[in-house]
Structure formats: C-alpha cells, structure tokens
Design a protein around this ligand. Structure first.
Ligand SMILES: *[C@@H]1O[C@H](CO)[C@@H](O)[C@H](O)[C@H]1NC(C)=O
Length: 249
C-alpha cells in the first residue's frame, strides 16, 4: 500500500517535471529571440532579414512580438520605382516608432529584399513587391494582415493606421523637416537682392510695365501648374480596380 502510494507520488512528480523543463527551454529561447531583435532594432529602425533570419525569428515559434515586414526589391536592376518610394515612407514609420517614448519590444519593423531572400518570397507564394505583411504575436497572418497597398497607398500615416488596427500599437508619424522650400526661398531672395545691388544705379526696370507683366504671368502659370498641386496635396496615386480592370486616380 505504502509502496503504491510512493510510486503514484513519484509518477506525478516526474510527469510534472517534463513539461516545466520544456517550458523553461521555451522561455530561454524566447528571451534570446527578443534580445536578438532588440539588438538589431537598436542599430537600425528597419531590420534587414534574409531567409535564415526570417525562419528563425519570425516563422518558428515561440514568439510574443509582432513583426511587420516589407517585402521589396530595391536593387536597381529590378527597376521597382514604387519600392523606393514605399521604402522611404516605411523608414519614416519605423523611425517614428524607434525614437518614440512608447517604444517597446511588442512590435518590430523588418524588410526582406527579393535579392537577399527569394526563398522567403517562394515560401509565402508572393509575386509582387512592395507588399506589407504583419506577422502577429499569436497565430498565423490572416487576410487583413496583408496591407491593401492598392487601396490605401503607402503614406506612412496610412501604414500607421493599419498597424494600429492589427496590433493595437499606436504610432505618431513624425516626418523629418523639409529644408528644400525655405532654402529655395532664401536663394531667390539673395538673387533678387544681388540684382538690385548691382543695378542700384539704374532701377528703372522696376518701372517697366513689361517686366511686371511677365513676372505676373510666370507666377500665375506656376501656381496653376501641377507642381503646385503636388506640393499642396501630394501626387495622386493611380490604381487599378481588380474587378473591372479600370484605372482610376
Ligand atoms: C516576451 O517574452 C520575453 C521573455 O520572457 C520578455 O522579456 C518580453 O518582455 C516579452 N515581451 C512582451 C511584449 O510581452
């Protein structure tokens, strides 16, 4: 009777021992993966991945962090102009997260270039770039985890909204300041100043009707041109309706 009890107790203890051992191993593996991701993220906001890194840190469990991946083809010979523009916006998004006060190890931003990880493209049956996919912390990517680039465009703010939907991580997009505008204005003023300085003896060109008429015409043409429109509203994106094949702006 006593021996039987001993055996039962022994069995119970040993059965409990096995899964907690596995649990411990899993925990170690997970914290190794998290610190690896954190180390890369401290070096650059968008982590570059090849097939090996993708399989080890994203595909294989365990994982308690989300990873957003931009699948792209940035090599010049691929001639993907959209990839370059999308990459710029993605960098803005990732940097906004990387340098925000809210930065945590809950989500990472990564990229796989076709020329460094074509095996990943094959594995996921992917045939177009750029494509954004969120790999959630739990489970496999669902349909909505693939970003609808055709519909939403690739502005960093749109990407941030999608990330918030999918992961509950809210990122405030901060764009680097654009010095091109003020710089051009400064150059223009300097040019006009020097012109006036050089010709200060004969400023009669200021009283010439033709000069004023011509400048006014230039101003109107510039303001009504597409350049100004793009400056204010951003360039329009054309996209194709997959059902009808119609191209609409
Ligand atoms: C994920 O697990 C690791 C290891 O246990 C832990 O250090 C990290 O804080 C966890 N991350 C999240 C977002 O819970």
């Amino acid at each position: 009777m006593f021996y039987k009890l001993l055996i039962v107790v022994f069995l119970a203890v040993s059965l409990q021992g096995t899964p907690s051992d596995g649990q411990k191993k899993k925990e170690t593996l997970l914290s190794e993966k998290v610190s690896q991701m954190m180390e890369w993220a401290s070096k650059r906001a968008v982590i570059r991945m090849n097939g090996e890194k993708f399989r080890r840190l994203i595909r294989a469990p365990p994982r308690n962090y989300s990873v957003v991946i931009m699948f792209t083809a940035l090599q010049p010979q691929r001639q993907c102009a959209v990839c370059k523009q999308a990459d710029e916006e993605y960098q803005i998004l990732a940097n906004s997260w990387r340098y925000s006060n809210a930065f945590t190890n809950r989500i990472f931003f990564a990229t796989v270039d076709f020329d460094e990880g074509s095996d990943v493209f094959q594995m996921l049956n992917m045939n177009s770039a750029p494509t954004f996919i969120n790999f959630p912390a739990k489970g496999k990517p669902k349909r909505a985890d693939t970003y609808e680039l055709q519909v939403r465009g690739f502005a960093a703010e749109q990407l941030a909204r999608w990330v918030a939907d999918r992961t509950d991580v809210h990122i405030r997009v901060i764009r680097p300041p654009n010095y091109a505008g003020p710089l051009m204005l400064g150059l223009l003023l300097a040019f006009i100043g020097s012109l006036a300085y050089l010709r200060r003896n004969n400023l009669e060109f200021l009283f010439n009707k033709n000069v004023w008429a011509f400048s006014a015409l230039c101003f109107v043409l510039f303001m009504t041109s597409g350049q100004m429109w793009n400056h204010i509203r951003g360039p329009p994106y054309a996209h194709k309706n997959p059902n009808t094949g119609q191209v609409t702006p």
